[in-house]
Design a protein around this ligand. Structure first.
Ligand code: IMP
Ligand code: MG
Length: 404
């Protein structure tokens, strides 16, 4: 088994956390390479639900936990998250010194910027991730390695002040943050390569989804980092040749949290039903997620961008509760039809989805393994997307997973 990347093919919340936990047995380490504590990855074991924002979802399987250079690290969130986990988890963590830090002032700025956008906010998670990456691009960000010495926060403080955010708490925050990362800082890229040289492998856990990618998603309604497979090596500091294979994760319907275009959004009571059965509330913010039908146009784009040949489908059990079942196969716009998402990207607000209702999933039971309806659905998706469906998830619990 080589290295494997698990990436989201939709707007996030595809069920990556559950699958990373499920797959983690076969790997020595689980590594994050993008995003920050805007992520909410849920792992359910028995009756107990764990939500990870920064700590990789391999924590409950006792894996080594790596946070690569591409992650925006909020020390306060890390401290809180580690305090909820067994003490030994801390001993398994390695954070890359090159990570940018998320400050309390970035969180304030996140809120200020959302206010400035007035009637069309992005609907960020307000975790300060966008401002932290912006500070990085401005060459003003403090990095994790800066906490090993005495960082100069003067220029950053000046900018925060000019933007109307009071940075007077900076020195105290630096001292607190030093304690959080003490003993955990190193070179994550080198660690990944070392594990490989010894014959081990690493699971790379993406956060957010392809359609939220800063470059390739539904800009400006996107996150501020790169969520696609091609960013895995850059976000970790390893050569592309060492990144290994990729598994795309998709939910059997679509959700989106925050604003932005959503062609297959359901506008009637069915969306409430799916939200309620599927517990579609943001794991980070608690916001109700917007719910829509499966969108094959968007999925084909995501499969192509990531070049994934293997896909995991999640939440199939939810469709057992819903009478209706629709799949969007193309978009209509100005009297013509297209299945080219890229071409529609600039006008997603205007496209009209064209649906098929290939068969019903209503009443399907997973008690005896994969039911006939689900097998038909898997065949249909494999044909439509040109992929192999290798995993099916039919419940939040770790064990509700079928390998195909
Ligand atoms: P930000 O990443 O907090 O700046 O938010 C930008 C957009 O990405 C908003 O629409 C968020 O709701 C969305 N977003 C960020 N992280 C996640 C996630 O982990 N799952 C789903 N949506 C996310
Ligand atoms: Mg999530």
């Amino acid at each position: 088994m080589g290295n494997l990347s698990v990436v989201g093919l939709q707007w996030g919340d595809e069920g990556k956390g559950k699958l990373v936990d499920y797959l983690a047995d076969q790997f020595e380490a689980v590594a994050r390479f993008n995003g920050g504590s805007n992520a909410g990855h849920t792992v359910v074991i028995g009756e107990k639900k764990h939500t990870f924002h920064l700590v990789p979802s391999g924590a409950l399987k006792g894996r080594e936990l790596l946070i690569g250079a591409g992650v925006a690290l909020d020390p306060a969130v890390l401290r809180e998250e580690l305090s909820l986990l067994p003490d030994k988890v801390r001993g398994k963590m390695l954070i890359d010194g090159r990570c940018s830090l998320v400050t309390p002032f970035d969180k304030e700025l996140d809120a200020v910027l959302e206010q400035m956008r007035g009637a069309s906010p992005i609907g960020t998670t307000r975790r300060g991730i966008g401002p932290a990456y912006a500070m990085r691009a401005l060459r003003l960000s403090l990095r994790v390695s800066d906490l090993l010495g005495d960082p100069d926060s003067e220029a950053a403080s000046q900018l925060y002040s000019r933007l109307g955010v009071d940075p007077s708490g900076f020195p105290r925050w630096i001292e607190e943050s030093k304690r959080v990362v003490a003993g955990l800082v190193g070179d994550v890229g080198a660690r990944v390569l070392e594990i490989g040289r010894r014959g081990g492998s690493v699971l790379f856990e993406a956060s957010q989804g392809t359609l939220l990618d800063l470059l390739h998603g539904s800009y400006p309604f996107v996150t501020s980092s790169h969520t696609v497979v091609s960013y895995v090596p850059a976000g970790l500091g390893i050569p592309p040749s060492e990144a290994g294979d990729a598994l795309g994760v998709m939910k059997c319907y679509t959700t989106r949290v925050g604003s932005g275009p959503f062609p297959t959004e359901i506008k009637d009571a069915t969306s409430d039903q799916i939200r309620s059965v599927g517990h579609e509330y943001g794991a980070t913010t608690g916001r109700p997620r917007r719910v829509g039908w499966l969108d094959l146009v968007a999925l084909k784009y995501a499969v192509g961008l990531n070049g994934v040949k293997n896909v995991a489908i999640s939440k199939l059990d939810v469709l057992s509760e819903v009478k209706e079942f629709r799949v969007c196969v193309s978009y209509r716009h100005d009297g013509s039809e297209t299945d080219n998402f890229q071409r529609s990207l600039g006008r997603l607000h205007e496209v009209e989805p064209v649906y098929e209702s290939p068969f019903t999933m209503h009443g399907a039971s997973y008690d005896g393994g994969l039911p006939v309806q689900a097998r038909k659905f898997v065949d249909y998706l494999e044909e439509a997307l040109g992929v192999h469906v290798s995993l099916v998830s039919h419940g939040e619990e770790r064990l509700k997973t079928i390998e195909l």
